[in-house]
Design a protein around this ligand. Structure first.
Ligand SMILES: [Zn+2]
Length: 353
């Protein structure tokens, strides 16, 4: 085979290999195999000098044409492969603007706070205003002015956290301090009546403290909502109508209420209020322990003795007061088996509300 044929054969083979190179590195390998320092075309070109003088011009011209043909084919293929590689990379990195964004977790108000503000809204709608009082309270406001003077037996009903060092204290009762964590929100009633003359329509939500061990139905710190109304001509019917309305607003319009006689030192008469069971509708079930009723709050007509402590004339004014536990309402409304779950901060529970 003459050198011209060999060159043409190399060109045909080289062009075929260039055409089938699948990526840039395969293409470069083909280029080196033909056009590199030790490539097959280079080897042929080096051998031109050994040809007879009359053959050299033709062989030189053909070999140059073959080199140019291979080089331009490599260049064209390189551009083609680069463009394809770029398209692939763009495809891989592309942002799909139709994909939904990554959700960021959004916080929400705690269930206790939700119910507290729900109840506050109901009373604001009835024309009440919000009153507040200190959580660290004087014995006088927590007990004495609520008709529980130092020798009153009802004081032992409540287990109290005393704040001050008892030694050398001049507390009214031996072994107790005259500074304590309030055991109910009722002392706010006394503060309000000291500061304001009737008509009084206030709601006092806040934290209270009892020396109870936490168990499914008790917490050492919980949230109470106290209400107080003092005006001319207030009767037990006003109390019943108000609380019946509030229970329906909290639990639903189909729920009924009943009032059972009870005792509180600062109201007379006093009652506990039950709401009909939402699970059985009053028929009796395990949730309501077969009674058809759920106890939700305590209330009564303000004892005239309490008016005596704050200088309100019981001949002219009458009033009612009530107190409810927010955690208990949460438990009844959402069928919580254990109050402690409200304070554990378990996100699986909290996210449900
Ligand atoms: Zn029931």
């Amino acid at each position: 085979m003459g050198i011209t044929e060999e060159l043409h054969e190399q060109q045909a083979r080289g062009l075929a290999e260039i055409g089938s190179a699948s990526d840039l590195s395969a293409l470069d390998a083909v280029r080196v195999a033909y056009l590199g320092k030790k490539g097959s075309l280079t080897t042929v070109l080096r051998g031109l000098g050994a040809l007879p003088a009359e053959e050299r011009p033709v062989a030189g011209k053909v070999s140059n044409e073959v080199r140019v043909a291979l080089e331009s084919a490599v260049e064209a293929k390189r551009e083609e492969l680069s463009a394809a590689a770029l398209r692939t990379r763009i495809g891989e990195q592309a942002v799909d603007v139709t994909l939904p964004g990554r959700g960021r977790p959004v916080g929400s108000r705690h269930l206790i706070e939700q119910i507290r503000s729900e109840i506050v809204e109901i009373f604001l709608g009835l024309g009440y205003r919000i009153a507040e009082g200190p959580e660290v309270e004087l014995d006088y406001y927590n007990f004495t002015a609520l008709n529980q003077p130092p020798d009153h037996p009802a004081r032992s009903l409540q287990d109290t956290f005393y704040v001050r060092d008892l030694s050398g204290d001049t507390a009214a009762v031996e072994g107790e301090s005259d500074v304590l964590l309030r055991t109910h929100t009722s002392p706010v009633q006394v503060h309000v009546m000291e500061e304001q003359k009737p008509p009084i329509y206030v709601l006092a939500p806040g934290k209270v403290y009892r020396r109870d061990a936490a168990d499914p139905s008790h917490l050492p710190q919980f949230t109470q909502i106290e209400g107080l109304v003092v005006d001319e001509g207030i009767t037990f019917a006003d109390l019943k109508g108000t609380l019946d309305h509030v229970c329906k607003a909290i639990f639903g319009p189909d729920r009924r209420t009943r009032f059972r006689p009870h005792f509180f030192p600062f109201t007379e008469p006093s009652a506990e209020v039950d709401v009909s069971c939402g699970i059985c509708g009053g028929e009796g079930c395990r949730f309501c322990k077969g009674t058809g009723w759920l106890e939700i709050l305590g209330c009564g007509m303000v004892d005239p003795n309490v008016f005596g402590y704050v200088g309100i004339d019981p001949e002219r004014y009458s009033g009612f007061a009530f107190g409810m536990g927010v955690e208990r309402i949460a438990a009844l409304k959402y069928d919580l088996p254990d109050l402690r779950i409200l304070l554990e901060g378990d996100m699986r529970f909290l996210r449900q509300f």
